[in-house]
Structures are given as structure tokens and as C-alpha cells.
Design a protein around this ligand. Structure first.
Ligand code: G
Ligand code: G
Ligand code: MN
Ligand code: NA
Length: 253
């Protein structure tokens, strides 16, 4: 398609960029990390939202190249943050297709080595897509990545298909509560119960729990009361270009 051709071209021309959304400790408000989110603004056109072009990139296989670029760029930008925040983590989204490449984990190891950044500063967000979680291959990848110090977060948790038995076996570090559940916190008891259940599951399985899409103070207070550790969302900060992120950080602490 035309869109895919221009996406390919703009990726080659270095026209994609990343924004970073802060992730904080809900109890202390301390900055813990940032999530890298890819952006595409074609010359002379409108911004195209990632859920549109990521899908296209996945269908065409371009996601591999795009994902390589995202990881490298995120690790490069991470180096701006490390002097002031040596323990900060950079969270990078990884598609199932990327993750399932046989050389995925060695690519990550190489990218870390080339950038000189410790694996402890890298978090990979993986969605609970069918086929990804639970198999021996996946567990082996998790083990390899964990030996690099990398942490693993299950993104959009609650919307996919991971079974509880998989979760127990997997050495993931964090569940990210999908923002659709956080949005329902204000509105309904059932929204609250699902969030409560995920937080409880995290506690049982010894996983960190991060709530996405926090937009209101009452959601924030409720999440804290329910014992949720970490959060991100427009209430705290929107995804920001690196310069704007650095300014936000100065004002935040
Ligand atoms: O802010 P937001 O509209 O950026 O993101 C929309 C969707 O696109 C989210 O589901 C997010 O996980 C996904 N996304 C954003 N950046 C990346 C990326 O670098 N790689 C992958 N695979 N998905 C991304
Ligand atoms: O699926 P993933 O969690 O990777 O994507 C994060 C997406 O959520 C991005 O599109 C990001 O811009 C968006 N996002 C982040 N914070 C908020 C928020 O508070 N409200 C809403 N509606 N979207 C958010
Ligand atoms: Mn994510
Ligand atoms: Na998500």
C-alpha cells in the first residue's frame, strides 16, 4: 500500500521519532522510568497514530526493522537520563512478531553492548498475545533476557489470553493494567473489581503492578488505596519528546 511505502521510506530517512511517557511510583511520586512510544509524522501530512501504522508494520514484517530502530533510539536517548537517574528504566514495546524472531534476544544483548547501557535499565513490554506466552521457547527467551538484567512487563494485561498457569511459570516482572480498566474505575464497581483482582494477582505472584492511562485524581487515589505500585497516564504526563521530557523532569522533582 501507499501508506506502507511511505512508512518504509520515512523509517529509512530517519523521519520517525520517539516520545517518552513517565512512569512513577504511586506512593512516593518518584520517577521510575519512561515508556518509549513511536511517532510518525509524514512530511506535509498529518500525524498517523501508532495503532494504525504498527499494525501495518506487523502485517508486512517491517516491524522487525522498525523495532530494531526503536530499541536503538531508546537506548541512545536513555543515555541522556542516566547521569541524573542511574536507576531509571527505559520501557520499550515489543511486538509478538519481533519477540518470536529466533535472534531477538541476541539482538537485545548486542544493542545493550553497543550502547554501553546496562540491561538493568531496560524493560521490555510484551503483550499477552496468543502463542507468545507459555511455551518453552518463550521461557528460554525470558531467562536469557533476565540474565542480561532486562525486566519484562506484560502490557495491556487483562485484555489478552494468558492463562494463570502460564503467568506463574513465566519469569515476568510486572503486569501493566490495561487503561480500559483504569478508565472504568470511576464509573463502575466491576471496573474496580477487575483492577483489584489484577493487583491481588500481582501480589500473589510477586509481580510489580503498573496502572496505565491514569487520567484523574480519583483514579490515582483509588489505585493507591488498592495497593497499586506504579502508574503512568495523562494526569502525570503525556508522552513527551526527549527535550520536553527533560524539562518535565526538572519541574517534577
Ligand atoms: O501512544 P500510543 O498511541 O502511542 O500507542 C498506541 C499503541 O502503539 C500502543 O498499543 C503501543 O503499545 C503501540 N506502540 C507504540 N510504540 C510502539 C513501538 O515502538 N513498538 C510497538 N511494537 N508498539 C508500539
Ligand atoms: O498499549 P500501550 O500501553 O503500549 O500504549 C500506551 C498508549 O496509551 C499510548 O497510545 C499512549 O499515548 C496512551 N496513553 C498514555 N496515557 C494515557 C492516558 O492517560 N489516557 C489515554 N486515553 N491514553 C493514554
Ligand atoms: Mn506499552
Ligand atoms: Na498498554
Amino acid at each position: 500500500s501507499q501508506m506502507l511505502r511511505s512508512l518504509k521510506r520515512d523509517l529509512d530517512l530517519g523521519q520517525l521519532f520517539l516520545e517518552y511517557q513517565p512512569q512513577i511510583d504511586l506512593a512516593t511520586s518518584q520517577l521510575l522510568g519512561v515508556e518509549a512510544l513511536v511517532r510518525w509524522h509524514p512530511a506535509g501530512g498529518q500525524r498517523i497514530p501508532p495503532d494504525q501504522f504498527i499494525h501495518l508494520a506487523e502485517q508486512s514484517g517491517l516491524i522487525i526493522k522498525l523495532g530494531d530502530w526503536v530499541l536503538q533510539q531508546a537506548l541512545l536517548d536513555l543515555q541522556e537520563l542516566l547521569p541524573e537517574f542511574p536507576n531509571i528504566r527505559m520501557a520499550v514495546n515489543v511486538s509478538a512478531l519481533q519477540f518470536n524472531q529466533p535472534d531477538f534476544e541476541t539482538k537485545v544483548a548486542k544493542a545493550l553492548k553497543n550502547s554501553g547501557v546496562s540491561g538493568q535499565n531496560l524493560d521490555l513490554e510484551i503483550t499477552e498475545s496468543v502463542g507468545v506466552l507459555g511455551s518453552l521457547e518463550v521461557e528460554n527467551k525470558f531467562t536469557y533476557l533476565k540474565q542480561l538484567g532486562v525486566t519484562l512487563s506484560i502490557d495491556d494485561f487483562g485484555t489478552g489470553f494468558s492463562s494463570l498457569s502460564y503467568l506463574e511459570k513465566l519469569s515476568a516482572d510486572r503486569l501493566k493494567i490495561d487503561r480500559s480498566f483504569v478508565a472504568k474505575l470511576d464509573a463502575s464497581d466491576s471496573g474496580q473489581r477487575i483492577v483489584q483482582m489484577i493487583i491481588g494477582l500481582g501480589q500473589r505472584l510477586n509481580l510489580q503492578v503498573l496502572a496505565e492511562g491514569i487520567e484523574t485524581n480519583s483514579q490515582l487515589e483509588e489505585l493507591k488505596a488498592l495497593g497499586c505500585h506504579e502508574g503512568q497516564g495523562y494526569l502525570i504526563a503525556r508522552p513527551l519528546a526527549l527535550d520536553a521530557l527533560l524539562e518535565w523532569i526538572d519541574q517534577w522533582d
